[in-house]
Every structure is written in structure tokens, then in C-alpha cells.
Design a protein around this ligand. Structure first.
Ligand SMILES: [Zn+2]
Length: 136
């Protein structure tokens, strides 16, 4: 009976692993269980279901007029963000879009930008400001 119980336990652990380990590349098949957290305070900012391909890619690399470079992800929604400042088209990385700052609503760190104006509206969040974590 004990051996039987042990086998059952082993099987359920393997099933758990199957659920946790992505079967395909996460960029090809976004996994809703993966969350993006603020790297400073670990508040949940968004999740991989919100990834959005903008002009052919959901990841972009841009350099601002001051020479700082950023690698960021495009997300439809980022409920853990607060949008700050007036919308401007000045030096916009996406023509037709204006931008505002996107801050963590908990610790106020700047995590990226919110792009609006033209459709689609989206968040561009800096990869190095986010932690990726499995939900649950
Ligand atoms: Zn934060």
C-alpha cells in the first residue's frame, strides 16, 4: 500500500512539472501563468497574455535623444502601472503615437512608457525593470 501511494505521489509531481515547464518557447506561445513583476517592489505589473506585437514584434530596442538605450516589451495592459505626465509626440519611437511615462503604482519607479494616439494603445515596459515569475 505504501509503495502504491509513493507511485501516485511521483506521478502527480511529474504532472506538476509538466504544467510548470513550458513545452514551447514562451515567446511563441505566451503562457498566462507567467507574471511580470516590478523589480523594485515585486508588485504584479502584467502577464505574458498581454504581450502585443507592435510593428512586427513585441520586443523592441530603442535609443532616446539623450543616448540611453532600452530593450522593452509591448503589452496591451499593465494594471500595475500608473500613467504619468502629459501625452507628447516629441521624439516618439512609434510615429503616430504619443507617449507618457508608466510608473509602478506601488513604489513609483519608472518602468517604461504608455503609447497612445494611433491604435493600438500599449505599454512599452523595460525588460531590465521586470521580473518574470510563475503564478501560484
Ligand atoms: Zn514597484
Amino acid at each position: 500500500m505504501q509503495a502504491y501511494a509513493y507511485l501516485l505521489k511521483e506521478e502527480s509531481e511529474q504532472q506538476l512539472l509538466d504544467k510548470l515547464l513550458p513545452k514551447t518557447h514562451p515567446l511563441l506561445q505566451p503562457d498566462p501563468q507567467q507574471l511580470y513583476l516590478c523589480i523594485h517592489c515585486r508588485q504584479v505589473i502584467s502577464d505574458q497574455q498581454q504581450l502585443l506585437a507592435v510593428r512586427g514584434s513585441h520586443e523592441h530596442y530603442r535609443i532616446n535623444p539623450a543616448g540611453a538605450d532600452f530593450r522593452f516589451l509591448c503589452l496591451k495592459r499593465a494594471d500595475g502601472c500608473r500613467i504619468e505626465g502629459p501625452a507628447t509626440t516629441e521624439a516618439s519611437w512609434f510615429s503616430g503615437h504619443c507617449w507618457q511615462f508608466a510608473h509602478c503604482s506601488h513604489c513609483d519607479a519608472q518602468l517604461g512608457w504608455y503609447f497612445s494616439g494611433e491604435q493600438p494603445h500599449f505599454f512599452g515596459l523595460i525588460k531590465s525593470k521586470l521580473l518574470l515569475e510563475l503564478a501560484g
